[in-house]
Design a protein around this ligand. Sequence first.
Ligand code: SF4
Length: 330
Amino acid sequence: MNLPLPVASWQNQLQTAFSSVKELCDYLHISSQHLPLLDDTANFPFKVTHDFAACMEKGNPNDPLFLQVLPVNQEHVETPGYVNDPVGDLEASSGPGIIQKYQGRVLLISTQACAIHCRYCFRRNFPYTDNRISSSQLDGLISELKRRTDIHEVILSGGDPLMLNDHKLQDIFSQIESINHIKRIRIHSRLPIVLPDRITPALLQLFAHSPKQIIMIVHANHANEISNKVKEACHLIKSTGAISYNQSVVLKGINDNVDALQQLSEVLFETGIQPYYLHTLDRAKGTAHFAVADEQAKHLVSQLTRRLPGYMVPRLVREIKDQPHKTPLI
Ligand code: SF4
């Protein structure tokens, strides 16, 4: 009798994630020999979960998920306007790991870790080591938040906040939950998409029992990322009463066509996730090869508007340093 294989914990899955291009190429039956690979990934290492890799098409070097994680030598090209901190995170920081750009909200860089390294990431050059929040700094921040009655929402970002274990998250949640004027806890995470087993019963309990409104902002760029496992995880999140939105980035060769954007919106909506923002690329150093011109992005969204009901069309925005909100492009 064949017994089902035991499911590895999400932590074990992280430990066995692909950490070399060759390993992933072998799995996908793609020859790495002719790929224009980056010779040195020390600053931003290669990392891909098996769940995300399982959504890639075998034998296809142009697969839209594969291209999101492939380190190519174009990352070395210096492009004017592409900088280490494209959205002004450091200027908006009032202390290690704390960013406040917008009224009523404060963002915590809760960890530097991610389950996957997206090559277009706007924080790929972020100085995480100088921005780690220690336990005592977190206590200080909570005291500060108690005084700041103008803050109504705490955003857990990173890295990916769901890389913290359930115990650590419980600790952060309980401290935030002790502050009456905080109404919402928002979590920016790619883990429901790239490591759906991270949605553990303990995490679901944390969401379900929180007295605050929980907002989950996931990040998917292509419909192929939404596997059945991802759908199940997202439905579980929804069952806790949390509200889920998706942010994506319009990326050259990956989702810069109206069919891809339409399929993404449709599958997100079926999964209980509201398409929210379609970001133009933040101009982080090493990412220029992903850029889609604003005019093309606007054209894509106006085509999408003809095809889909308004509630399924994400807002096309650019994040501009020092602006008090995201800037809509149409
Ligand atoms: S998961 Fe998010 S923070 Fe991490 S590398 Fe990808 S885009 Fe960047």
